[in-house]
Design a protein around this ligand. Sequence first.
Ligand code: HAM
Length: 418
Amino acid sequence: MATFSPPPGTADIFESEAREWREIERVGADVFSRYGYGELRTPVFEYTEVFQRGLGGETEVVQKEMYTFTDRGGRSLTLRPEGTAGVMRALSNTDVMNGVEQRVRYFGPMFRGERPAAGRRRQFHQIGVENVGRCAPLIDAECIAMLYAFLKEIGLGDCSFDINTRGALDDRAPAEQLLRDYFAKHIDCMCDDCKTRLERNIWRILDCKQESCGKIVSEAPDYVDSFSEESRTYFNEVCRALDALKVPYRVNPRLVRGLDYYVHTVFEVTHPALGAQTAVAGGGRYELFLPGEKRPVPGVGFAAGVERLLLCRDALNVKAAVPAGPVAYLIGLGIEARLANLALADELRAAGIPVDLELEERSFKAQLRGANKSGAALAIVRGDSELEKNIAIVKNMADGEQTEISADSIIDYLKQRR
Ligand code: HAM
């Protein structure tokens, strides 16, 4: 038989795995709602300019990784590569412009045309939050602490937080000049991508993973010193708040993050199960221009990659509880008994009792095998003669013991054995 794989970088998720996904979503919803975050579901595709403007035209994601297509009306649409830009587009219809804070959380598929690898997918899923409308160091720290609380609750408490500051928008030009003067002197020994970045996006040089660039980057001047007093104080206050909240973190002056919208605080989380090169979550403070607005809207947030969280949990053998199997398996001998069982199963399920049953014509032996396989503790057996006497035989699957009960009491009987 031919087998069909899903396209590279995508996956089918069956129940045993989907259970783990639901656990992440459930814990996220629980933790984030304790901090006042309500759910927002945005479309999986948006007008392309939402991402071009939001993430920055020079970013790797926008330049190389977006799935873009044209609709029948000739408008360019893009499958969302991340959640923040779409959330901001949605919030532009609210009063965030007037300084009213919005706290939203989201969970869903994102799409990036990256080379697939372990923990790197073309369709992946993010669980994230955005706190939009206000700007203060303690808001950033609270957001990071909430991410830590979430990671602890899903069993990934021994993760590492790297944090850094990108300064305010006004700090950019002097810092970029400092970096450009330094890297221009070394550019001949650097990789081709960095040669382009020198002109187009100097910040990306700082997190270049090429060996040839590593030493040069490590000796780059500390651009944070060129930031305004205000920006440095902002960052110090974030750090003080993280200390007060007991979030373990490391200041990493090379952390810049890949998207252009960041200002001030940026952070990334790794976990020993995946290694230091693969982030399980990332985020930071940003400023984004909403359509038609002259002032940018401030926000802070993060997103964690669900596949990566699950890889970590898998490596640590942390598993969601397996739901209890059926309480009983209904065995019916003959069409009348199977019909009666079908109606009974419906009633039991409506009463909250999980049951399983055979709907096809099968021998008693085959149905008993089905009962065994289902993991049910009891089998309820009925044939024509039991129907006539209005009784059922309850078989204990563990010891084979059989009891006769009235058909009218089956629901109560099973309720007591839940
Ligand atoms: P990001 O760092 O691009 O940030 O992605 C966040 C997380 O999504 C990553 O840390 C990683 O776990 C996961 N991820 C990214 N790409 C892939 C992939 N191809 N396969 C599997 N997992 C992946 C953002 O997307 C920002 N919107 C986060 C943010 C929210 N910043 C502020 N608010």
